[in-house]
Design a protein around this ligand. Structure first.
Ligand code: PEP
Ligand code: MN
Length: 337
């Protein structure tokens, strides 16, 4: 980082700043200019993220050079990460679609979604057994019973499964059933949960918190990577803005930004991103056009009676029609689907 000093410091004051920098294990390279003296602090400056030098006497400004995250950044790894799951490669040329109901409700309901999404070309089955609901009075999910229904649908269709884990205490059960662990928007900064999934070898989809900046999002991914698990998929699912016509504002620019800053695969969730089924297809197409490596889409056989997120769920026929158009968009941007 570059440390810009205030004008008119004495040699002793400059020495104090140097000592402070060296105290962090960094080397200080002093450059005395006509108007200003600046110090280049050489070494891994990330340890200083929370201990800014800016409040130190004599320091005017600190300009970081490195990003505060390391393992998930492009500075650390230039090539795109490829995540291997059950014979599929996520983050490669193929765009993957993970589809299924918001919540697992019954054995039949999961199958009624899983069979047609598989036929339409989805490569993963999604479904929540542990549901993070805004109201404590809303349906909270079937828990382990739901995981069993997902396992049954996996057996029938051959589709690998992605499901959310809310609490480190459920991790063991969810781990046994799922192929990809999902961490939802509301838990993006549940650092304990991030640390626990980081200790496991299973791929994790991390959804962006509804009020999280991209830097905060990547720092949460860093928590997982720092524990040793590098199989992380990032998912943009809409952020909270002043707009009320949609449930969230889907930040599609996050896709190329994340792809530039990080080597991890990036998905788009147009279902939670819009909250309205008729907006899902246009935003799914736009997500792929923007460079997404995959999509997470809610599909329900009977959205009108869904126990959660019916208004944003596609019926299987609409999903199949979307998949046909998606193939054309994927081809137009040099991807397969
Ligand atoms: C979900 O995928 O069902 C979900 C709850 O999403 P989010 O965490 O993005 O709200
Ligand atoms: Mn949902």
């Amino acid at each position: 980082m570059i440390v810009v000093l205030k004008p008119g410091l004495t040699d002793g004051e400059i020495q104090n700043v140097i000592k402070r920098i060296e105290g962090f294990g960094l080397r200080a390279h002093v450059s005395v200019g006509k108007e200003r003296t600046i110090i280049g602090a050489i070494g891994d400056e990330r340890i200083l993220v929370d201990q800014t030098l800016e409040s130190f006497p004599g320091v005017e400004q600190v300009l970081p050079i490195l990003k505060p995250y390391k393992l998930v950044g492009r500075e650390f790894q230039k090539e795109d990460s490829h995540i291997h799951v059950d014979g599929h490669i996520i983050g490669g040329n193929r765009v993957h679609v993970m589809a299924g109901p918001c919540s697992v409700e019954t054995r039949e309901q999961v199958l009624e979604a899983a069979v047609p999404v598989k036929e339409a070309g989805a490569t993963f089955l999604r479904g929540g057994a542990f549901k993070p609901r805004t109201s404590p009075y809303s349906f909270q999910g079937l828990g382990e019973e739901g995981l069993e229904y997902l396992a049954h649908a996996r057996k029938v269709t051959g589709l690998p499964v992605i499901t959310e884990v809310l609490d480190p205490r459920d991790l063991e059960a969810v781990y046994r059933y799922t192929d990809i662990l999902q961490i939802g928007a509301r838990n993006m900064q549940n650092f304990k949960l991030l640390t626990e999934v980081g200790k496991l070898g299973k791929p994790v989809m991390l959804k962006r918190g509804m009020s999280a900046t991209i830097q905060e999002f990547l720092l949460s991914a860093e928590y997982i990577a720092a524990e040793g698990n590098r199989k992380i998929i990032l998912c943009e699912r809409g952020i909270r803005t002043y707009e009320t016509e949609t449930r969230n504002t889907l930040d599609l620019s996050a896709v190329p930004v994340l792809k530039r800053l990080s080597h991890l695969p990036v998905f788009v969730d147009p279902s939670h991103g819009t909250g309205k089924w008729d907006l899902v297809a246009p935003m799914a197409l736009a997500g792929v056009a923007a460079g997404a490596d995959g999509l997470l889409i809610e599909v329900h056989p009977h959205p009108e009676v869904a126990l959660s997120d019916g208004p944003q769920s596609l019926k299987p026929a609409k999903f199949a029609a979307l998949m046909r158009t998606l193939r054309a968009v994927a081809a137009a941007v040099g991807r397969e689907l």
